[in-house]
Write a protein that binds this ligand. Structure first.
Ligand SMILES: C[S@@+](CC[C@H](N)C(=O)[O-])C[C@H]1O[C@@H](n2cnc3c(N)ncnc32)[C@H](O)[C@@H]1O
Length: 208
């Protein structure tokens, strides 16, 4: 475990219990998704049993999503991670939790791209093997990298989303995430966005 990992604080207990984790989740202070966001994801995945789950950024969320696939006896998580060190760390954690077969952590360095004439750094997608994505979790790249850091997710992945795809955008209380959802809605009016007022804010987007 890295020095910035702590054993999960009390607010993660509910999700650990509902998913029957036998050991506490490793939580990286300031970096791991909040417990209430993970609960939202796991409730959805246990209910809808998605086949293809893609997440932008790996970590505690990968363990939770992989555990849902294990409990559902179906589905697989593809986790795009730009940091090689973090990709290896998440793979080790998946192995520690015996969840390695339910999640592929794909080392996807950020590359320079342009979307609608605006430059961004975003995950290389050449190693992402999946189409027909049923759940897309957007929790990276980190906000400090660039303005509207997570905006490219929808324009770059829209062609790979299944009709019923549901998108979860974390940290949506931040101004950047509010702004990028406004852009998404202008460009992709077929998606309806619901704001959930949890610890860090979350947008859930579905096709109308
Ligand atoms: C918000 S974090 C990832 C959270 C992940 N979905 C989870 O639930 O743990 C977004 C990105 O920050 C980077 N990151 C994670 N821990 C970090 C740390 N301690 N210092 C710097 N960057 C970190 C990783 O590249 C990760 O993909």
């Amino acid at each position: 475990m890295r020095r910035d990992d702590i054993i999960s604080p009390d607010d993660y207990r509910a999700i650990e219990n509902s998913l029957a984790f036998e050991i506490p989740l490793p939580v990286a202070k300031d970096w791991s998704a909040a417990a209430d966001f993970l609960k939202l994801l796991s409730d959805f995945c246990l209910d809808k049993k998605p086949v293809n789950i893609v997440e932008c950024s790996s970590g505690t969320s990968s363990l939770v999503l992989a555990k849902c696939c294990q409990m559902n006896e179906s589905g697989h998580v593809y986790s795009l991670e730009n940091g090689e060190e973090f990709a290896q760390k998440t793979r080790r954690q998946l192995t520690d939790f015996s969840l390695g077969s339910h999640c592929s952590v794909i080392h996807s360095p950020l590359e320079n791209i342009e979307v609608n004439g605006v430059p961004f750094k975003w995950y290389t997608l050449d190693k992402l093997p999946v189409r027909d994505i049923n759940v897309l979790v957007v929790d990276g790249p980190s906000g400090f990298i660039q303005k509207n850091s997570r905006y490219p997710a929808l324009p770059l992945l829209v062609d790979r989303l299944a009709k019923d795809c549901v998108i979860f955008l974390d940290d949506a209380a931040r101004e950047d995430e509010q702004a990028l959802v406004r852009l998404w809605q202008l460009e992709f009016p077929e998606f309806q966005a619901e704001y959930i007022e949890n610890e860090r804010g979350c947008f859930v987007l579905r096709r109308c």
